[in-house]
Design a protein around this ligand. Sequence first.
Ligand code: TPP
Ligand code: SF4
Ligand code: MG
Length: 324
Amino acid sequence: MKVDYKFQKLEPAKSFKAINRAEQYVPGHRTCAGCGPALNYRLVAKAAGPDTIFIGPTGCMYVANASYLCTPYAVSWIHAQITNGGAVASGIEAAYKVMAKKKKYDGPFPNIIVMAGDGGSIDIGLQAMSGMMYRNHKVLFICYDNESYANTGIQTSPTTPYGANTTFTPPGKEIPEGKVLFPKYVPQMVIGGHPAVKYVATTTIAHPLDLVNKVRKALSFEGPTFLHMLAPCPKGWKFDEKLTREMAKLAVETGMWSNFEWENGVYKYTNVPKKYKPINEYMKNQGRFHHLKAEHIAKMQAFVDERIGKVKANVAIPIPTPQQ
Ligand SMILES: Cc1ncc(C[n+]2csc(CCOP(=O)(O)OP(=O)(O)O)c2C)c(N)n1
Ligand code: SF4
Ligand SMILES: [Mg+2]
């Protein structure tokens, strides 16, 4: 039986004025000043609009946003465990489909979005996210990446860069660079392992229209989609809170981060700099890197240069091999 699920059509926006002006992430949260993930949430919620359900696995965007029955979400929002955002979203999506099939619900199919931290998506939340994608649920899974387990005091995660000082990777005599491992490459893990996923993209909070349109595009697919978004964290990265946007912009300008779309097997990089800046331009304002010596920065620059080569060749950035 063919069911009309009344999926929403979100057209691409030429400007912010062209999309719904109403905010869906409103004042009333308790995140740090200059919090990148909070701005990230606001942009995603604005892009998705009022017929949206957010699933929020435990992390800063749950704990600092939802205290004593007060949240900044003007749309439906449910807390999930840090491990099971994908499973909770799967259940919500399946319930709407069954209700539509049984003619118990005939409104628009809600945008179902998991908004998970790096821990809640590609580390501790990985199995539930992967299961959701494998089973072909119509859910947009977003990883807002602040490159640490921020909420519990800035512990290292698999996206924390090489050389970063976190509470679990403090630099010292034995390990002067702090974190010794290079990060997992998140989008490739999703693309490589999930045949039902037809759209994966990356963006940052410094590219707001790009971000909005990638959200709207991802929501237009009838199956699972994934967005990886860089959301600088002034507390964890130890930079002046007025520099949040600047940090995300510099990440792209130095090649520490690349924005792209991957649609049905085809890569398209966006915001590619004509000439990349040295990574130290990005690192010098972040206290998490201040202990690094020239040899560590050179090691990181070599890692980034390899990635830049892939961007210029318009091919996939591979999952990194161990570099020690
Ligand atoms: C099973 C489980 N282990 C550990 C925790 C403790 N915990 C709460 S929030 C958090 C950090 C989450 O990191 P991330 O998903 O990256 O989100 P962020 O806090 O950085 O926004 C951790 C480890 C938990 N809530 N549940
Ligand atoms: S620790 Fe970082 S992610 Fe968490 S609320 Fe503060 S700035 Fe935001
Ligand atoms: Mg995090």
